[in-house]
Design a protein around this ligand. Structure first.
Ligand SMILES: [Zn+2]
Length: 398
């Protein structure tokens, strides 16, 4: 599996200028191709690559950019287009790939074999050679030791103006698998990030990132202050900077809490981790029918948590430790009684499940976690889980 390691790098002012120049050219190329698509042209990776010579004649400055970075730009747009087409085919309504804004650093992706790491030194090549070389190679200092070997190095910059190198490397060893047959089912939700129920009858409650409300308030404050300034003025730009800083801090903290929760969650299960499949989330379905006021609410709550990101983290962490992740249909798991199977409507505001038939009283999420586990165990049946249609193994690339 692929692992990424992001390391802060230090560059001299001159090298920073070179990086800025190269990313500006790459972005111009990306946006240029995208502009043609927006004007109605048909995307073809092959044709896009062929126009390289033309762009070199139009803008000779592009020769100072390392050639493979320009190549990578086409692949990047190709990926975005493919994802777009794929989603349209499935019946979703995705947005068309967007322009990259000028104020943001366009990530530069170097193939691993073109990069030299000498101790703490990272050498990033620029375009041309001999007499045609206009800009000197970049010599960056790594603040941590780089993994070796690596396949790709991506150079990026954050809102504070610091540069980073992300190394992608392949790991082959995975720890031995503990196999005592135990499994934990998790119900992912809004109130608590995850509620688990194990085959040994243990309940687990994992709270999530709760500080987002504070961050949202801060962001709103800055935004309203900014709206009183004249656009483009010194004060306006300063407040934009503060706004970006707060946003990034929020993102970072949220990601951190998701990482910690997913690590904890994967550690708990001996063998299998069962998750409710969120492809048909109740929260989003409900919000479509709901009133105007609640329409955006559930959606934003879901985005706030980053549940998709969270599932991704669980999947790769589980893979790393040789455990299996199963996604099973979450349908009716919150409506059915985990004791007797009675089904009743459970609107989102009802936090406690009360069964009129057997008298079971249980937290809503506990009840669904129990149902998910029961469903998983029932489906395991006499066949291995991977042969069943409804049980999807995360290792098959989902
Ligand atoms: Zn019941």
């Amino acid at each position: 599996m692929l692992l990424a390691k992001k390391i802060r790098i230090k560059v001299s002012p001159r090298d920073a200028e070179t990086l800025e120049f190269m990313q500006a050219k790459c972005r111009a190329l990306y946006n240029g191709h995208l502009g043609q698509l927006n004007a109605g042209a048909k995307w073809s990776l092959y044709d896009a690559k062929k126009t390289r010579q033309q762009s070199r004649q139009v803008d000779p400055a592009i020769n100072a950019v390392y050639g493979k970075l320009l190549h990578e730009v086409c692949f990047r747009l190709d990926e975005a287009m493919q994802a777009f087409v794929r989603r349209v085919k499935v019946g979703e309504t995705p947005g068309f790939p967007r322009y990259h804004p000028r104020q943001k650093f366009f990530t530069l992706k170097y193939p691993g074999m073109d990069i030299q790491v000498q101790g703490q030194h990272l050498v990033l090549p620029t375009g041309g050679c001999g007499k045609t070389k206009r800009l000197a190679n970049i010599h960056a200092t790594l603040t941590e030791t780089a993994p070796s070997p690596f396949q790709e190095v991506a150079i990026s910059k954050d809102a504070q103006g610091q540069y980073y190198a992300t190394f992608l490397s392949e790991t082959t060893t995975s720890p031995p698998q503990a196999d005592d047959g135990s499994a934990i089912a998790y119900d992912l939700g809004i109130k608590t990030l995850a509620t688990g129920y194990s085959t040994t009858g243990r309940f687990l409650h994992i709270g999530g990132f709760t500080a987002y409300r504070w961050y949202n308030k801060q962001r709103d404050k800055i935004r309203s202050l900014r709206s009183q300034c004249q656009k483009g003025s010194r004060r306006y730009r300063y407040r934009t900077m503060v706004y970006h800083r707060i946003s990034e801090e929020k993102r970072r903290k949220q990601r951190d809490s998701l990482h910690k929760a997913s690590a904890f969650l994967t550690r708990q299960a001996e063998r299998a981790i069962v998750l409710g499949d969120l492809s048909q989330p109740q929260m989003v379905q409900k919000s479509r029918k709901a009133t105007k006021r609640t329409k955006g609410l559930h959606r934003s709550v879901q985005n706030e948590w980053g549940l998709d990101q969270f599932i991704g983290m669980i999947q790769y962490k589980a893979r790393r430790y040789g455990k299996d992740v199963y996604l099973i249909s979450e349908r009716y798991t919150s409506k059915d009684c985990s004791g007797c199977g009675y089904r009743q409507d459970m609107p989102l505001w009802k936090r406690t499940y009360r069964c009129p038939q057997c008298g079971l009283v249980m937290d809503r999420d506990d009840n669904s976690a129990r149902n998910i586990l029961a469903r998983f165990l029932a489906r395991l049946g006499p066949y291995p889980a991977s042969q069943q249609d409804d049980v999807l193994s995360a290792n098959s690339g989902i």
